[in-house]
Design a protein around this ligand. Sequence first.
Ligand code: LRH
Ligand code: MN
Ligand code: MN
Length: 395
Amino acid sequence: MNQELFQALSAQRIETPSWGYGNSGTRFKTFSAPGAARDVFEKIEDAAEVHRLTGIAPSVALHIPWDEVSDYAHLRRFAAERGVTLGAINPNVFQDDAYKLGSIAHPDERVRAEAVGHLLACVDVMTQTGSRDLSLWFADGTNYAGQDDLRARKRRVRQALAQVHDALPEGSRMLVEYKLFEPAFYATDLFDWGAAYAHCLAIGDKAQVLVDLGHHAQSVNIEQIVAFLLDEGRLGGFHFNARRYADDDLIVGTTNPFELFCIYAELAAAEQASDDLTRTTARQVAYMIDQSHNIEPKVEAMIHSVVNCQEAYAKALLIDRERLTAAQQQGDVLEAQRTLMDAFRTDVRPLLAEWRRESGLPEDPIQAHRASGYQQTIARARGTAAAGGGFPVKS
Ligand code: LRH
Ligand code: MN
Ligand code: MN
């Protein structure tokens, strides 16, 4: 039993985001964290530290142009020398002035062409970084009823996505992320999983849906969306994080441990499904963290996040599936619920400590990080970069 469990734990992967290692903040203030990564090389060094201590975070996602370099082959080697690979490429079509009214849904054809140009340039970056996934999120939307034609915007999105889809090399994918609102406050063009799914279905097999845990209305049952998309073969990846209010981007598994467990319960079941499509889809899901740490020490926050995902997955693997299926078939509502809760309530920390011992990893990665002096070393070497930000301050 433990051997199977340990094998599954060894196969688990969590990708960390480059943007989680630098200074980031709210619109009120970005605080300066001592040692926060100042460029993509330092972000990769930090991601490598997270992987060294956890053993399951071997890749780092890039955001372009935040992480733009002139030589991606060099960046790829730099990462490989530190034991990590470059993961999903996230094009950024939301920060240029041109995108005030949108990118791929913009009413002006020239702006749409500029956005698609950047997306295609990112497909080219993927080939240089060796990345499998192009991870797409669009801030496109409108603030007021009547501001733009909603149906026309949908068609523009479809056209741009199809163009990018058709440029993807064999074996790669585009992950289409949706979000209920923000920064648009009336209508967001890719507003929910159904919209993302409809576009993916229409444009082709390389398009799959990405679920960001912070991008739903309150109380939406995310694990059900996960189950549905897995069964349709269209779940491509996750952006893990936690929230209480909106897209808070806090450490995954803090406010939402049960949600995270229920999501992993669906994934663990799908990994073993007899249906080929569901099983292969589950095994190719890209598990990524998307967090923005404002007051937390960045590297420790990321280790904490990875460990939380690991604990949730371990608990999901402990679900007594036979007992659960029997209870479900007998209509024994409470026995089914208890079966799930028995796994959720299990303290998996001793089990994970054992897995780490066997894997040659520190039994407590957070403790090991604290004892290693890594944070002090980077604080000394990098100093405290000025961050600032926030609303313009009146003098
Ligand atoms: C948007 C989002 C998207 C971006 C990231 C920085 O809210 O989740 O994934 O790329 O934040
Ligand atoms: Mn996201
Ligand atoms: Mn988000």
